[in-house]
Design a protein around this ligand. Structure first.
Ligand SMILES: Cc1cc2nc3c(=O)[nH]c(=O)nc-3n(C[C@H](O)[C@H](O)[C@H](O)COP(=O)(O)OP(=O)(O)OC[C@H]3O[C@@H](n4cnc5c(N)ncnc54)[C@H](O)[C@@H]3O)c2cc1C
Length: 381
């Protein structure tokens, strides 16, 4: 067993970190205030090959593994977890198209997505179907001219901003086997968006409802096979959960690094606050928690790369563990900054706000426990 990253992996991490510090970190607060991420960032991200990190080279992607991708998202999140996680959703969609879309659809949508000329969003959740996603109601009626979509998707990251939407919709009966995946391009007649959601964190990325009213989508926009859409959606989420966890890890690590510096400088009762043993122990606990989270996350990513039979369980367990550890650490870092931690200028409160949603989306952490215990009971035999 070798826990060391390869030279190539270290270089990928360093490149992503340096890119984030130069092109994202200085602007993160401004983008948060503006509620949007400027388009020209994505062109630069695409040039680095980060638009299709684990899309195969045959499809024009970078062809990296899940472990490599986790490194990229951890490194980028040091600059801004909101921007990094937005990119992670785009990558999840791109990987779904790479795996399951027909060649013509790949040429039309995936190739420009890999270079990030086109930004992708993932549309599973509906107002009445979140954790129970297989209860979704958006219907796609098949006709000679294409699929006519009717329904509403809720909480869509990139809603009204992205160029194409990977939509899970019902082409058959109730339940997961009646669900298919289609791509809906921005500008399609019958596609519209709700108002901008006002959120606690992730404020630089726009979140809106996505609405389909007799929205006619070409038959060629079907991804894979009718009735397999829910399976594709869940396969996408396995990797997505790793990426979101990596965003928690990177954000929390950035908060801890900043806290270490701050505690060396801040004085109370005649000494720097890093000299109080009670606070030193808190630093130690945070370091232990983040190192454990990192090891667990990388093991889960490795399992997915190896196509291990228990990869889904490990992705779920890692998501639960890492996102909760990340939020706990970020919150402690805020506490150790005293009142200054609460001020936007110090950057810690933004990390706390950005990381909180990682326990909710791409499957809540209650659902992660559900996946874990189902596997556990099945393994018991
Ligand atoms: C900022 C943001 C961005 C998002 N982006 C996207 C996106 O891009 N695309 C997309 O498709 N979705 C997106 N989502 C939606 C997200 O995935 C859902 O909010 C999430 O899956 C939970 O669904 P829900 O909100 O309907 O909660 P519910 O399913 O109503 O859950 C409410 C509570 O009940 C718990 N619960 C539900 N069922 C069970 C159970 N069986 N056992 C135990 N506890 C249970 C949940 O864990 C939760 O605590 C986003 C959400 C947010 C907040």
């Amino acid at each position: 067993m070798d826990f060391a990253l390869s030279d190539e992996q270290l270089a990928i991490y360093d490149m992503a970190h340096a890119f984030g510090q130069e092109h994202i970190a200085p602007f993160a607060r401004q983008w948060e205030a503006e509620g949007t991420i400027p388009r020209d960032l994505w062109a630069k991200v695409g040039e680095l090959g980060f638009g299709g990190l684990y899309v195969s080279e045959d499809s024009g992607g970078t062809g990296l593994g899940r472990l490599d991708a986790v490194l990229v998202f951890e490194a980028l999140s040091h600059a801004c977890p909101s921007v990094a996680s937005f990119l992670s959703i785009h990558n999840m969609c791109a990987a779904m198209l790479d795996k399951f879309a027909p060649d013509e659809l790949k040429a039309r949508i995936l190739e420009p997505a890999v270079t990030m000329e086109k930004v992708l969003s993932y549309c599973l959740t509906e107002p009445g179907a979140g954790s129970d996603a297989a209860a979704l109601k958006t219907r796609a009626q098949k006709g000679n001219a294409g699929y006519t979509l009717n329904g509403t998707k809720a909480f869509i990251s990139g809603g009204g901003y992205s160029d194409a939407y990977v939509v899970m919709c019902r082409t058959g009966d109730e339940g997961p086997k009646g669900i298919s995946t289609v791509v809906v391009e921005h500008g399609t007649e019958g596609l519209s968006y709700g108002g901008l959601e006002d959120k606690m964190g992730w404020r630089s990325q726009p979140t809106r409802q996505v609405q389909f009213d007799d929205c006619l989508v070409p038959l060629e926009n079907l991804v894979g096979t009718e009735g397999d859409g829910f399976k594709y959606a869940m396969i996408g989420l396995d990797g997505g959960r790793l990426n979101i966890s990596a965003c928690s890890l990177g954000g929390a690590q950035a908060a801890l690094n900043q806290t270490l510096t701050y505690m060396g400088e801040r004085k109370a009762f005649g000494k720097s606050i890093d000299q109080f043993q009670a606070l030193q122990f808190r630093l130690a606990d945070m370091e232990i928690e983040l190192q454990a989270a990192r090891t667990f996350l990388r093991q889960a990513a490795w399992k997915l790369d190896q196509k291990a039979p228990d990869a889904t369980k490990f992705c779920a367990m890692a998501k639960k563990f890492v996102t909760e550890a990340g939020s706990r650490v970020a919150d402690q870092c805020l506490q150790l900054h005293g009142g200054y931690g609460y001020l936007a200028d110090y950057g810690i409160e933004k990390i706390v706000r950005d990381l909180r949603v990682h326990q909710i989306l791409e499957g809540t952490n209650e659902i992660m426990r559900l996946i874990t215990v189902r596997a556990l009971l099945a393994e018991r035999g």
